[in-house]
Design a protein around this ligand. Structure first.
Ligand code: NAD
Length: 264
């Protein structure tokens, strides 16, 4: 890299393993000189996150579960103590009960609806609120969304409703924080086989369908999402906020999808 991110410090939330989108973003930012802080959700993921952090010389701040806001507070207290300020945050967190990522949306339980919204939507606002005072020199907050926010996708169900709320949150946060030169954007990524995606019914079929119907005739990688993320957290996108940028091989622009794609 050429040091596009030299001197920039960023918090990356959502690395679970080396297939995580957050990992693709972390690699891209680190290659351009960013200094990174990671968190992990529970001891099971600690073992996976620590060696990945070491690969990039990143700091592992500690456990962070967004349903326990005191753990979010603890992370930001550590960031303030050690760094004093922050330039960017990558929020790559979502969760829903996988029993409800199949079948009909109408069957969603109230309990899972609230839990999905808490983890996948409210957490961005909770993080933005805590990042704001540390972003003394402006900043960039980036989250991850999916086309299921805009159109009904099979099996995506309550997560589609959550992503719609997440995208609206990006716009409201962009207005709230814009006066401090803090930008808030989302990448709408095409389907990628990650741990979270493995909960979604028929994911292989979704991948093949996207490959067949996207203008670029292929699916996307975490490295490709990482490169677009690099643009959004760097000064290159300094006039861009409240935006949802699709990194999906162009899938979202195609109005008339094939009904008889071969081999799927
Ligand atoms: P992943 O499983 O690698 O990452 C999901 C992360 O969310 C994990 O690190 C997990 O620890 C974290 N998480 C879940 N519940 C949490 C909680 N209560 N507190 C703290 N962290 C919690 O999967 P991914 O696909 O890289 O997901 C990252 C983001 O990208 C998600 O927002 C997802 O919806 C979004 N996204 C994924 C795809 C895809 O096809 N994989 C497409 C578009 C958007």
């Amino acid at each position: 890299g050429n040091g596009l991110m030299a001197g920039k410090r960023g918090l990356v939330l959502g690395v679970a393993n080396n297939r995580s989108i957050a990992w693709g973003i972390a690699k891209a930012c680190s290659a351009e000189g960013a200094e990174l802080a990671f968190t992990y959700q529970g001891d099971a993921l600690k073992k996976r996150v620590e060696p990945l952090a070491a690969e990039l010389g990143a700091w592992v701040v500690g456990h962070c579960d967004v349903t326990e806001l005191q753990t979010v507070d603890a992370v930001f207290a550590e960031l303030e103590k050690r760094w004093g300020r922050l330039d960017f945050v990558v929020h790559a967190i979502a969760f829903s009960d996988k029993d409800e990522l199949t079948g009909r949306y109408v069957e969603t339980t109230r309990e899972n609806f609230l839990r999905t919204m808490d983890i996948s939507v409210y957490s961005l606002t909770a993080v933005a609120k805590r990042a704001e005072p540390l972003m003394t020199d402006g900043g960039s907050i980036l989250t991850l969304t999916y086309y299921g926010a805009e159109k009904v996708m099979p099996h995506y169900n309550v997560m589609g409703v959550a992503k719609a709320a997440l995208e609206a949150s990006v716009r409201y946060l962009a207005v709230d924080l814009g006066g401090k030169n803090i930008r808030v954007n989302a990448i709408s990524a095409g389907p990628i086989k990650t741990l979270a995606a493995s909960g979604i019914g028929d994911f292989r079929y979704i991948l093949r369908w996207n490959e067949y119907n996207s203008p670029l005739k292929r699916v996307v990688t975490i490295e490709e999402v990482g490169d677009t993320a690099l643009y959004l957290v760097s000064h290159l996108s300094r006039a861009v906020t409240g935006e949802v940028l699709h990194v999906d091989s162009g899938y979202h622009v195609v109005g008339m999808k094939a009904v008889d794609a071969p081999d799927i």
